[in-house]
Ligand binder design. Structure first.
Ligand code: RFL
Ligand code: PHB
Length: 393
């Protein structure tokens, strides 16, 4: 089999790329190792930048998003038992974000890809990407028990942090920069209406907490927990009590979350990682295959979308005119934005979480930084610009 662009991985980056290429008249094949139900159920991100929403609309996947997505004009920061709202439009010249879950983005893109007949194979496990530095790289994969190969003009590794495409970049060319954090998140999905109409990020002596949402009926909540925590040790009651304690306000002692049935509980580690370069020969890396951020800045999915927007434009230019100028610039263009998001995610994470060995001095620095955001429009604008998303390079 052969195609113009072989895409390894059918997560949000692979699926969005396939749709953008289809609109540009470029054929592609998506190979996804998992089955459809698994890919559609994976609970992950919830916040979309406007540029991500625009790309989903351009890809033809904007219909349900426009009806069910919820526009947010700000977030609330809680610290020292006080609340401060950061208003995005007034600080950024009108920018805002959307609440629309990654599960829904993926469902919409899969439905579209299958309806328009773009090849998308589930249960297709890629073992190797060969010939990155030749004119015709080849993807080797197994599907329905048989070995196959897909010959391509270009291969894009959209296969996430544990994918194989990254290894097509030779070790002597590849550098990975990483950081891990001494805490994880316990993520909870609950059939409970969100009590507040925007996201609440809380710094407390007991650790970080985040109240997000999936719909007017469903809350998505996170608690900082020690690495290695077993979610089974957190009963529903303990989760609700701990969340209420971390969100506590002196000005409103009666403030409580709405409680409801907990439908999912999982622990996710926090990690930062960047692999450079994001391109070697005719193989490109996009999304989590190239970089990971801790979720505190809500950047993971948006960075993945930004990569494939840049790549789709570059492949479009090559397809139309044969020019490889934008393809040659891909890695540098993406990495500038990636490192900005890495810094912002690191900043949000280390400002809001409590390190196990944290001193009183460290805590006071965090509170001083949060106070600065609450009192200086410049400091607040820095947060708001990064959170709502910087312009695409
Ligand atoms: P994905 O979503 O990991 O998709 C990669 C796809 O590639 C497939 N795959 C393969 N297919 C074929 N052959 C192989 N050898 C393959 N190896 C892997 C996988 O099955 C998968 O379908 O990467 P993509 O598309 O780049 O999208 C990135 C986003 O998913 C990611 O950045 C965010 O979800 C990060 N993230 C979060 N971001 C947030 O902004 N807020 C969150 O709350 C949040 N929660 C999370 C997260 C990431 C998590 N991971 C990766 C562990 C929670 C988790 C658990
Ligand atoms: C989510 O809704 O899952 C979410 C929102 C904001 C974050 C992280 C996760 O920073």
């Amino acid at each position: 089999m052969r195609t113009t662009v072989g895409i390894v991985g059918g997560g949000p980056s692979g699926l969005l790329l396939a749709r953008l290429l289809h609109r540009a008249g470029i054929d592609s094949v998506v190979l996804e190792s998992r089955d459809r139900a698994y890919v559609e159920r994976r609970q992950r991100a919830g916040i979309l930048e406007q540029a991500t929403v625009d790309a989903l609309c351009a890809a033809g996947a904007g219909g349900r998003l426009a009806r069910e997505g919820i526009v947010h004009d700000g977030i609330e920061l809680r610290y020292d038992r006080r609340a401060h709202r950061v208003d995005f439009p007034s600080l950024t010249g009108g920018r805002r974000v959307w609440v629309y879950a990654q599960t829904e983005v993926v469902k919409d893109l899969i439905a579209l890809q299958l309806a328009e007949g773009g090849p998308l194979f589930f249960g297709a496990e890629v073992h190797a990407v060969e010939g990155a530095d030749t004119a015709q790289p080849v993807i080797r994969y197994t599907h329905e028990g048989r070995e196959h190969s897909l010959t391509c003009d270009y291969v894009v590794g959209c296969d996430g942090f544990h994918g194989v495409a990254r290894t097509a970049v030779p070790e002597q060319v590849r550098s990975t920069y990483e950081r891990s954090y001494p805490y994880s998140w316990l993520g909870v999905l609950a059939e409970a209406p969100p009590v507040h109409d925007e996201l609440v990020y809380a710094h407390s002596e007991r650790g970080f907490a985040l109240a997000s949402m999936r719909s007017p009926q469903v809350s998505r909540l996170y608690l900082q927990v020690p690495n290695g925590t077993d979610p089974a040790h957190w009963s529903d009651e303990r989760i609700w009590d701990e969340l209420d304690a971390r969100f506590a306000l002196d000005s409103d002692p009666a403030w409580r979350l709405n409680r409801g049935t907990v439908t999912a509980k999982s622990v996710l580690p926090m990690r930062s990682s960047v692999t450079e370069p994001m391109r070697y020969g005719r193989v490109f890396l996009a999304g989590d295959a190239a970089h990971i951020v801790p979720p505190t800045g809500a950047k993971g999915l948006n960075l993945a979308a930004a990569d494939v927007i840049v790549l789709a434009r570059a492949l479009g230019a090559w397809h139309e005119s044969g020019s490889v100028e934008l393809l040659d610039a891909y890695s540098d263009t993406c990495l500038r934005r990636v490192w900005r998001a890495e810094q912002f995610s690191y900043f949000m994470t280390t400002t809001l979480h409590t390190d196990p060995g944290q001193s009183g001095f460290d805590t006071r620095l965090q509170l001083s930084q949060l106070d600065r955001i609450a009192t200086s429009p410049h400091a607040a604008a820095e947060l708001a610009e990064n959170y709502t998303g910087l312009p695409l390079g």
